[in-house]
Design a protein around this ligand. Structure first.
Ligand code: GLU
Length: 507
């Protein structure tokens, strides 16, 4: 059996959606599980849809996830431009392969599987408008091609002349009539489609001397010896054409197997997960923050504080299930456990709360020292110069309460700076002269560990005294245990905060 070779083949038309990252991930997992290669190919033949920065965004997103291609654009973290022993199929950016495709298009014309079409954009537009006026849709297919300007209808010398003179012709696939294309999908099983429903797709354009997606995709998958095509469900309608192209080229024997992944669905309802859902419900749909060429910014999982491991784990579970109760998987564990036959056909509903749950789990798995190292620069940004060992102690106390490292500050800023404000409803309840006096007396005459004992021994009302003290230490009546707080900030600072509260709130 030939070595497993799969590819992720994004078009750089904008930031990679989390569904795109999942496609890359499943390809990567499949490749690694089978000891094969994962290839990153950039499908940038549609210059109208090219977005500057999108390719770099794709590369950076995959790197952030720890998904490194064995071959392709960004193999070894470099853009590979020329073929070598390690990268025999370079370049991996289709715009740099433009010289390759024309001969394949011509080959199909010569074998009668494709033809030249000379209809101008205006002529086709007119046809469309006419059809629309009659409540129909114009389709370039077996019903219409006979009445259009192409190499099937024009005399041979006219065709030669137009090919030489005009620069706007195309090569179209001659969709066979009266056939049922029988296909197999590794996730969806057997599929049959009648060619009567399909049109004569453009394969190559003289205007920019570039192939369309369909031709470039098939030719490159063949040349790059791809064994499995794992891609999103939105490409399923193209599958019959792709089967017919393999057949037309005579490449059926080495044709890859196909797997179409289920859609990612919005948290409520049945639609596809879109950026709008993210904006509305407050979660990212992109791996990294993206600023469009027009300056519009979209949030990213990385900037929102997700660990890449958590993001990878949650993506893996969107459409695949291990068949057990296990939910937490490292990348190597995913490689071992993944299989396409456990990928569902039905769309996978995205649950933003579950996404956060994954991050919480990963946060807990990180050591206190790691988390402290991540938090330190954020503290410095707030102007807090803290001792790393102290930060680590604080992390140990608070990590159970946090989802993101960014949450640490909200949970425990008072372990670094005295509160500047006091929650009014807690002030009303606990800032009473008698409680204040008792709190001051108790703290003055005890230590962090003996405070409660003192309060009890002197028959002071425990809850009220402690909450009055907590108000002074933290600004509210909730938060960590008083003993823990005092261990961190120290008794002297505790007393200073009590006095400060009195200064701020008065009598
Ligand atoms: N360029 C296509 C995309 O952007 C690739 C589809 C495929 O994998 O065949 O998704």
């Amino acid at each position: 059996m030939s070595k497993t070779r799969v590819r992720f083949a994004p078009s750089p038309t904008g930031p990679l959606h989390m569904g795109g990252v999942r496609t890359a991930l499943y390809n990567y997992l499949f490749a690694k599980q089978h000891g094969g290669d994962f290839i990153l190919r950039i499908e940038d033949t549609d210059s109208n849809r090219f977005v500057p920065g999108a390719e770099q965004y794709i590369i950076e997103s995959l790197r952030w996830c720890g998904i490194y291609p064995d071959e392709g654009v960004d193999a070894d973290g470099k853009v590979v431009e020329t073929p070598s022993e390690r990268h025999p199929h370079a370049p991996y950016r289709q715009s740099q392969r433009r010289g390759i495709y024309r001969k394949y298009a011509e080959q199909l014309v010569a074998s009668g599987h494709a033809y030249y079409a000379f209809d101008t954009a205006e002529e086709l537009e007119k046809k469309r408008a006419e059809a629309e006026a009659q409540g129909q849709t114009f389709i370039y297919n077996h019903l219409t091609r006979g009445g259009l300007r192409n190499s099937l209808t024009l005399p041979a010398d006219e065709v030669e002349r137009l090919l030489a003179e005009r620069t706007d012709w195309t090569v179209r696939f001659l969709m066979p009539e009266g056939r049922v294309v029988e296909m197999d999908d590794l996730i969806r099983g057997h599929i049959a489609v009648d060619t009567a429903t399909l049109d004569d797709k453009v394969l190559w354009k003289r205007a920019d001397e570039l192939p369309t997606y369909h031709l470039a995709n098939i030719v490159d998958d063949h040349l790059m010896e791809i064994t499995e095509v794992i891609r999103g469900e939105e490409w399923l309608p193209s599958l019959p054409l792709h089967y017919l192209l393999y057949e037309a080229f005579g490449w059926q024997d080495s044709q890859p197997r196909f797997a179409h992944l289920p859609l990612l669905l919005k948290p409520v309802g049945n639609g596809k997960l879109s950026k709008r859902d993210g904006d509305k419900m407050g979660f990212p749909v992109f791996p990294l923050r993206w600023t469009s060429p027009t300056g519009e910014t979209s949030r990213g999982y990385r900037e929102d504080g997700y660990f890449p491991e958590a993001f990878v784990n949650l993506l893996a579970m969107l459409g695949w299930n291990p068949g057990t109760e296990q939910e937490i998987f490292s990348l190597p564990e995913l490689v071992a456990a993944f299989s396409l036959d456990k990928v569902g056909k039905a769309g996978a509903k995205f649950n933003p709360d579950k996404a956060k749950w994954f991050n919480r789990e990963y946060l807990r798995m990180h050591s206190d020292a790691d988390l402290a190292a991540l938090w330190l620069p954020m503290l410095q940004e707030k102007g807090v110069q803290a001792d790393p060992a102290y930060v680590e102690r604080v992390v140990a106390l608070i990590k159970e309460r946090a989802t993101f490292v960014q949450d640490f500050w909200d949970i425990a800023s008072y372990l670094f700076v005295a509160p500047k404000e006091f929650v009014p409803k807690d002030v009303d309840k606990f800032y009473k002269p008698e409680f204040y006096d008792m709190a001051l007396e108790a703290l003055t005459n005890s230590e962090a560990d003996t405070l409660e004992e003192y309060v009890r021994a002197h028959k002071m009302p425990m809850g009220k005294v402690m909450n009055c003290l907590r108000l002074a230490l933290t600004g509210s009546a909730s938060g960590l245990g008083i003993t823990d707080i005092l261990h961190c900030i120290g008794k002297e600072e505790g007393l200073a905060r009590l006095r400060k509260m009195k200064e701020v709130l008065g009598n």
